[in-house]
Ligand binder design. Structure first.
Ligand code: NAP
Length: 306
């Protein structure tokens, strides 16, 4: 099957790009594994213009409906392999045993959840350890849990979980938080949230299911054990760049795809947008990912016309 552009990734960047490529009359396919990507895990989005308060998943469904209404085709699945035909400069993507061809590619694969890599994290995954508060929060009604991290995701997860759980410890390795001040204010107002600062988790304990967290204060060196039922890890993410490497696309030292202001990579015909790019290092939000997607779409359209 032949397309003008194939967008890999169906989060805010990929779906926004699709709306713009379709409206530029480019035959567009979006290949993605999880609708909305990480944005769908946010229980509440309060900073996307036009929506005072909406769940991440709901907003992403609206993005997808919008893209489809413009004629965008979507398939769920993994883009397993990329190839470039040197003769006619088309790209081939293999997904679900089918071959899809395109004149341009927009990579919008986002990021992958970062792990703590501490004892017990892998062992108790799904048995008290979680990376998604909205997915697993309901299992912890009236329980005691900890959230690890100091960014927007950790603050959002803490607020969401505090409405369900008996007690939430928010454990952060510094005194200052990266997340929005308004969220921190709300966290400080909740009586069942306790902040444990300058502290890192060093191990998760349990007996078939999680029963505790070992922590270390990085200022005093003091170790402690907290008895609890669950640990939500929200310590950021790393770019998903396996495919970019296959295509020989240039990355920065942290693994983000290097793009110029027009979202062009170092490879002609391949563009990138959203959390996977170096441009996103300035700010990682749905609105900025969407904007990068729109610019990438415009660049893909100009590339085809040229
Ligand atoms: P983030 O902003 O990168 O924050 C990650 C947090 O985890 C940081 O506080 C970091 O500590 C901590 N951390 C990292 N590695 C750690 C380790 N090994 N041990 C302990 N702590 C560790 O990631 P995020 O919160 O997932 O957010 C990602 C992006 O999405 C951000 O740009 C964020 O603004 C955006 N986002 C927005 C919303 C929204 O509603 N607006 C919701 C979620 C996410 P340090 O601070 O010390 O580095």
């Amino acid at each position: 099957m032949q397309y003008d552009t194939i967008i890999v990734g169906n989060g805010p960047a990929g779906l926004s790009a699709a709306i713009f490529t379709a409206r530029a009359n480019l035959k567009t396919l979006v290949i993605g594994q999880k609708l909305g990507g990480q944005a769908s895990d946010a229980h509440l989005i309060e900073n996307y213009p036009g929506f005072k308060s909406i769940s991440g998943l709901e907003l992403m469904k609206i993005f997808e409906d919008h893209a489809k209404s413009q004629g965008v085709e979507t398939i769920f699945g993994e883009a397993e392999r990329f190839e470039k035909d040197k003769k006619d400069n088309t790209f081939r993507i293999i997904a679900g045993r089918k071959i899809y061809e395109a004149k341009t590619i927009i990579l919008a694969l986002g990021t992958t959840t970062r792990k703590l890599n501490i004892p017990g994290e892998e062992e108790y995954l799904g048995r008290g350890v979680s990376y998604c508060a909205t997915c697993d929060g309901a299992f912890f009604k009236e329980k005691t849990i900890a959230v690890i991290g100091g960014g927007d995701a950790a603050l959002s997860a803490t607020l969401y979980l505090a409405a369900l759980a008996k007690k939430v410890y928010l454990i952060h390795r510094r005194q200052e938080f990266r997340g929005e001040p308004i969220k921190l204010t709300r966290v400080n107002e909740k009586k069942n949230i306790e902040l444990i600062l300058d502290t890192v988790p060093t191990g998760i304990t349990g007996n078939k299911i999680v029963d505790g967290l070992i922590t270390k204060n990085i200022v005093t060196g003091k170790e402690d054990k907290i008895e609890l039922d669950g640990v939500f890890i929200e310590v950021g993410s790393t770019p998903t760049t396996l495919m970019a490497k296959e295509l020989g696309i240039e990355l920065d030292d942290a693994g983000y795809i290097k793009v110029d202001a027009a979202q062009r990579t170092n490879t002609a015909g391949i563009f990138a947008a959203g959390d996977i790019t170096t441009n996103s290092n300035f700010f990682r939000q749905i609105i900025t990912a969407g904007a990068e997607g729109a610019v990438a779409a415009d660049s893909a359209s100009k590339f085809i016309k040229e």
